[in-house]
Design a protein around this ligand. Structure first.
Ligand SMILES: Nc1nc2c(ncn2[C@@H]2O[C@H](COP(=O)(O)OP(=O)(O)OP(=O)(O)O)[C@@H](O)[C@H]2O)c(=O)[nH]1
Length: 413
């Protein structure tokens, strides 16, 4: 990654960078260099462990504008329920009262990434509609992913047939679109039965595609239900594919886990509880569930007791007698922070706010409380790195990556 960035802070640095600019040589900021170094270290380590897992920046999609998620599938398969539970915090039991969708529902989410979610009515087949011709470019031109929902508690043969025909249509005009198949409503099904269904659906789709001469179509499968964390986990995987330079984010979290001896670290979008990155240790649903529940607790808590940013009056009250100290000197850090010890295994969990949308949540190893000062310092550095990362990789109008502005470092503690 190379960027054109303004000069450094000291005089010599400025003179040097001015000279460099005069010679039209690209100046690379310290933040970019640090990100590249972390990324390179992680890449080499992964290459040693397993060559196949090395992230390739060339294959990371660069979405222009707002990434769009399309929710498609048969009637009553659960599309609107998924969208309402994940993006609008509707309690799952209340989805029983949702009405059938009659026209395309477009939802714009104010999240760490401006995501659009389009919920398609189940009865409409956009490729084979006698009454209406759809503008395919308007639908699939700027897409992030197509999510196809299959009801696992119903007869799914027709849904699989429609999915097959959709994939074949897309392969002609838009072959790079990621197709994410949610085998949905798997709550109440035994683990063996779930896996049987997944195998059956996968084979039916693969067979049909290879009969039609389509190999290596980008189709992925997820077992989901709105009644547990699986739907959030599946969305996390879908969204992660849309993040430019995800490898660097993962490298930062992996390094943090190694230096602080964390068991697992997640970067959460707090509004949706989707995790947008995690470290490179194997996936662990139980860790995700507990961290996700913890985010919920903290959100509820801040809703009751106040949220960031603090108003000047509130701040003045906190700084007046008997404390007589600025807020920064009273609290452990200038960001929202929280810690909890799990009673079963004595493993603390910590949460640190990164910005208005993101929070870093980590499960520590037993006995880590003794090392809290060092852990806090390391977490501070990573949080600053993350803020810079999102500032650098933020898409600008016209889809170009923002390269000019580097976040001013926050006030030290
Ligand atoms: N058991 C179970 N039921 C679910 C799940 N998700 C959705 N449902 C139920 O499925 C029914 C249909 O859900 P909808 O979200 O309205 O389905 P839809 O795909 O949007 O339907 P259309 O708008 O007609 O295309 C509702 O009664 C939901 O409560 C799930 O994960 N498990």
């Amino acid at each position: 990654m190379s960027s054109s960035l303004p000069g450094g802070s000291n005089a010599a640095g400025e003179a040097g960078s001015a000279r460099l600019r005069g010679n039209s040589v690209k100046y690379v900021s310290p933040a970019t260099l640090r990100l590249e170094r972390v990324y390179e270290q992680n890449r080499q380590r992964l290459q040693k462990e397993d060559g196949a897992r090395v992230p390739d920046p060339a294959t990371t999609p660069q979405i222009k504008g707002k990434p769009r998620l399309l929710l498609m599938g048969q009637r009553r398969s659960g599309k609107s329920s998924i969208s309402s539970v994940v993006f609008h915090k509707l309690p799952p039991s209340e989805t029983l009262f949702l009405e059938s969708t009659a026209r395309i529902q477009k939802d714009s989410l104010n999240s760490f990434m401006d995501i659009q979610v389009w919920d398609f009515p189940g009865q409409i087949d956009i490729f084979d509609n006698p009454n209406f011709t759809f503008d395919m470019d308007a639908i699939f031109g700027e897409i992030g992913a197509l999510i196809w929902v299959i009801d696992a508690q119903d007869d799914y043969l027709e849904a699989v047939a429609r999915l097959n025909s959709t994939i074949l249509h897309l392969q002609r005009g838009y072959p790079h679109i990621n197709i994410e198949v949610f085998i949905h409503k798997v709550d109440g099904l035994s683990d063996d039965y779930k896996l049987d269904i997944q195998r059956d659906v996968t084979i039916r789709i693969q067979d049909e595609l290879s009969d039609q001469g389509v190999e290596n179509a980008p189709v992925n499968f997820h077992l989901t239900s709105i009644y547990n964390h699986s739907i959030f986990e599946a969305f996390s995987k879908v969204i992660q594919k849309l993040i430019p330079r995800l490898g660097q984010l993962e490298a930062m979290l992996t390094n943090l886990c190694r230096t602080c001896r964390f068991e697992k670290a997640y970067l959460f979008d707090v509004n949706t509880k989707i995790y947008i990155a995690t470290d490179s240790t194997p996936e662990d649903m139980a860790s995700y569930e507990i961290c996700s529940d913890y985010v919920d607790v903290i959100i509820d808590f801040t809703e009751v007791y106040g949220s960031w940013p603090r108003s000047p009056q509130w701040r003045a009250r906190l700084e007046q007698p008997p404390w007589n100290q600025s807020l920064e000197d009273q609290v452990a850090c200038e960001w929202a922070e929280s810690g909890l010890v799990l009673s079963d295994a004595q493993r603390p969990i910590m949460l640190r706010e990164v910005d208005r949308f993101l929070a870093l949540v980590a499960i520590m190893k037993e006995g880590s409380y003794d090392k809290m000062p060092q852990i806090n310092m390391n977490v501070d550095v990573v949080v600053k790195g993350l803020t810079e990362f999102f500032d650098i990789t933020k898409p600008k109008e016209g889809g170009r990556v923002q390269q000019q502005k580097i976040l001013q470092p926050g006030k030290g503690r």
